[in-house]
Design a protein around this ligand. Structure first.
Ligand SMILES: [Zn+2]
Ligand SMILES: [Zn+2]
Length: 280
């Protein structure tokens, strides 16, 4: 737990490195607007009844889905592939792996996700990713802590998948870092938002097949200078919002292992579940 003290101190201090404009070359001028927006939302929360995270219908408690959305969204659970966490239709034994993991074993140990990424969950995720609905991070972090309880118990360090700083500028926050920070608060596992870096801006992965995605992110990540020795032997839990083909987390896991991490697991809010034939 070489990073315990320093990272623990980061946990409650507003937007940290890699999470918002403060991390990208002195763009602190955006901070007041952000704070005001937050303040306004806090006031609204007092005046308005809590809303469903997905459809904004009234709910009893903030940070919940209404009963209808709860039914529509697919929460993933066992039986799962022991490797990538792909859901199985029937139980094949606790160590069973899907065909894709057998043919091309991932560098990471296990990947787990809360939700199936599909028509029902897309709006929920995209609102958080692009739509400034950052208040959802609280609820999502709680869901991820439950879905990834086993991974969190074994983790020494939480590391979010980084955005390239240009994308961070246009989006203003890294949604994966918000999730990692929330998980750090819940679990007490330290997190290191600046440990992984995007070395180059990668074109959007949308529309690319699995092979193209692997090529797209190859060599795109690096461990921040001087951080390698602190990583030695640690079990890292990599945090991202959506796992699509797994190419991004695979590239990150390779990079962390090459830098000395003892192991890497992956926890995401959602994952795409493709037919096996598309994933090979
Ligand atoms: Zn709803
Ligand atoms: Zn698998």
């Amino acid at each position: 737990m070489a990073l315990g003290g320093a990272a623990g101190a980061m946990v409650d201090l507003g937007p940290g490195p890699g999470e918002g404009p403060a991390a990208v070359g002195g763009q602190g001028w955006r901070r007041p607007a952000r704070a005001l927006r937050r303040g306004g939302r806090g006031l609204l929360d007092l005046l308005l009844p809590p809303q469903c995270l997905r459809c904004r219908a009234a709910v009893d408690v903030p940070g919940r889905l209404c009963a209808e959305c709860w039914r529509e969204v697919d929460f993933l659970g066992p039986p799962l592939c022991e490797g990538c966490g792909r859901p199985f239709d029937f139980h094949l034994g606790s160590a069973a792996r899907c065909i894709a993991c057998l043919r091309r074993p991932p560098s990471y140990g296990r990947a787990r996700a809360v939700l199936r990424y599909d028509d029902a969950s897309r709006g929920l995720i995209l609102g958080f990713k692009h739509g400034d609905r950052t208040e959802s991070a609280g609820a999502f972090g709680g869901w991820m802590a439950r879905a990834g309880a086993e991974l969190l118990r074994e983790a020494d360090l939480l590391v979010p998948v980084p955005l390239h700083r240009w994308r961070l500028l246009s989006r203003r926050y890294n949604q994966s870092a918000l999730l990692a920070r929330r998980l750090a608060r819940i679990s007490g596992v330290p997190y290191a938002p600046d440990l992984l870096r995007r070395l180059r801006a990668t074109p959007s992965q949308g529309g690319l097949d699995a092979r193209e995605r692997r090529r797209n992110v190859r060599g795109a990540f690096g461990v921040a200078p001087g951080q390698g020795p602190r990583l030695a032997g640690l079990r890292v839990l990599l945090i991202d919002d959506v796992l699509t083909t797994g190419a991004t987390v695979e590239a990150c896991a390779r990079c962390l292992l090459a830098a000395g991490a003892g192991g890497v697991d992956v926890l995401t809010l959602a994952r795409v579940v493709r037919p096996e034939s598309d994933r090979l």
